[in-house]
Design a protein around this ligand. Structure first.
Ligand SMILES: N[C@@H](CCC(=O)N[C@@H](CS)C(=O)NCC(=O)O)C(=O)O
Length: 279
């Protein structure tokens, strides 16, 4: 693929619709990685908001093959997808999108999404996630691909803290909740509730998990990012999950998360605000 100049026809970015206003409530972590990357690259784009029950239809009509499967082996249709008219490309996985943007628009905006760095982070978990993650495929940026997979596993293991806080669009909330219940093989939405002692335990586990990540961020304390003052896609991977936590956790808990480890995650979240515009 050759380097391309800024396209005249904007990229279309497909994200999951939540309860309006989207500027406040959009919170799907993988689409957030893409939004941060698009804004970092300063590329013109518009967002197409897809109701969660329509994702399979939209993805299929764009002819983008699924990149995830449910535990029973059936296809799991996900977002983000980007459509780039400048190269006639459709890309349907957040990591692949970031690589695509870097290869196609290497010098755009704030520059290199993948500056070389070593990121030693392995998340080991007690239970396999309910829905398996996409596999870590061969990539030109293996250090980042491995980090992406481990960070996804780490946050996914604590996703139940967020479940009841998702600001679903009222138009599709009931059908969406029913789908989550079906996937988890539970009997009702209430089964996802996480309160009292169980919630505290999960929060402790989440704090420990973030402690592992904090060690990486503390290697260079000249700024809020892994490379100090220079933001990279690795910061966006973590930052995207922080965005989800910000929207979905009860406010007091988000304040706690912000303040763990000397406020490191609050600073990271806030420093990414410059790339967080919802368009
Ligand atoms: N590996 C894929 C995973 C994408 C993914 O899991 N997307 C979630 C949102 S973060 C989704 O579309 N979920 C739709 C649903 O739960 O029905 C990527 O990075 O793009």
């Amino acid at each position: 693929m050759s380097a391309t100049s800024i396209p005249s026809s904007p990229i279309v970015f497909y994200d999951i619709a939540m309860r309006p206003p989207m500027e406040k409530n959009c919170c799907a972590p993988n689409p957030w990685k893409t939004r941060l990357a698009l804004n970092f690259k300063g590329l013109p784009y518009s967002t197409s908001w897809v109701p969660l029950p329509d994702i399979a239809k939209v993805r299929s009509s764009l002819k983008v093959p699924p990149c995830r499967k449910f535990a029973d082996g059936t296809d799991f249709f996900t977002l983000p997808i980007i459509k780039d008219p400048a190269t006639d490309s459709l890309v349907g996985d957040s990591f692949d999108i970031a690589v695509y943007l870097q290869k196609t628009y290497p010098n755009s905006g704030a520059g290199d999404l993948f500056p070389p760095q070593t990121i030693d982070y392995i998340f080991t978990h007690d239970h396999a996630p309910l829905v398996p993650l996409s596999e870590c495929r061969e990539s030109e940026f293996p250090e980042y691909a491995k980090f992406n997979l481990n960070v996804d596993a780490a946050f996914t293991a604590h996703a139940q803290l967020a479940t009841h806080g998702f600001p679903f669009d009222p138009a599709t909330a009931e059908i969406t909740k029913a789908e989550f219940v079906r996937r988890a093989g539970v009997t009702s939405w209430e089964d996802f509730a996480l309160v009292d002692e169980k919630r505290e335990k999960m929060k402790d586990s989440c704090r420990n998990m973030l402690g592992g990540l904090a060690k990486l961020f503390l290697r260079d304390t000249s700024g809020p990012f892994l490379l100090g003052t220079r933001a990279s896609y690795a910061d966006f991977i973590v930052g995207a999950w922080l965005r989800m936590m910000h929207v979905t956790l009860p406010e007091g808990e988000w304040e706690e998360v912000r303040n763990w480890y000397g406020g490191l995650f609050g600073r990271l979240h806030d420093a990414l605000e410059v790339y967080a515009e919802v368009k």
